[in-house]
Design a protein around this ligand. Structure first.
Ligand code: COA
Length: 203
């Protein structure tokens, strides 16, 4: 595995690129201020665009790290931002309990790489999350050389589970993840291994 940082990715309809502090107004209005979106995420809605801008300033300092993966999802036609998608290293819940993971090809080595995403409400139901997750998954296996990837969604949020399923992930085990404020959330953890990815894409 060779980390190469947040690279620009193109799909049929979307451009995945680094977020810039100048994106704060679109991000705040599009999804970061919306409790219907953050309901399923670890963080709370932002109070104002200044909070979003401060976050993006902090992310700007992280982009030089080769193992930092945080993309804006933009419509290629027009450039409008519709959401974000990330790859992150996580160790919470049963992430480090090797016995919890049931998939051949899954080895727990001090943490778990996972994908996370959100799309602003005006753009739900257009297939954007699936298109972005497929692109990031291809990037992970083909460019970074990752061995497997996890993705977890709240059990009460089946739309996200459907996105994972369409991108090739399948259910592995249940877990309880914690929001940043400590609230526990029953989650379904899904997995895609390299062998499954290659089989699916007939590589
Ligand atoms: C979940 C979310 C990412 C989906 O984004 P999206 O761009 O609308 O997703 P897609 O259009 O690619 O696919 C959504 C799928 O879920 C299905 N779906 C929608 N609501 C559903 C529900 N209540 N139960 C089951 N499936 C549902 C859709 O029908 C679609 O599947 P289909 O193509 O087979 O019809 C988006 O709603 C979101 O950002 N929500 C808030 C944040 C979030 O949940 N992030 C994920 C955290 S794990």
């Amino acid at each position: 595995m060779r980390h190469i940082g947040t690279q620009r990715l193109e799909t049929n309809r979307l451009t995945l690129r680094k977020l810039l502090p100048a994106d704060a107004p679109q991000m705040y209005q599009g999804w970061a201020s919306d409790p219907e979106v953050t309901r399923w995420l670890r963080w709370e809605p932002h109070r104002d665009a200044a909070q979003t801008a401060a976050l993006l300033e902090a992310w700007a300092l992280l982009y030089p790290n080769d193992d930092y993966y945080q993309w804006a999802i933009a419509e290629t036609a027009g450039g409008r931002l519709v959401g974000t998608i990330s790859l992150f290293y996580s160790a919470q819940g049963r992430d480090l309990d090797a016995a919890a993971w049931r998939r051949p090809g899954v080895e727990i080595l001090g943490g778990v790489w996972q994908a996370g995403y959100c799309i602003g409400r005006p753009w739900w139901g257009r297939g954007y999350a699936t298109e972005a997750l497929r692109a990031v998954t291809a990037f992970w296996f083909e460019q970074v050389g990752g061995p497997w990837l996890a993705c977890a969604h709240a059990a009460a949020n089946p739309a996200s589970g459907r996105v994972m399923e369409k991108a090739g992930f399948t259910f592995d085990h249940t877990d309880i993840y914690k929001k940043f404020d400590g609230t526990p959330v029953d989650c379904r953890v899904c997995v895609l291994t390299r062998a499954e990815y290659e089989e699916r894409n007939r590589i």
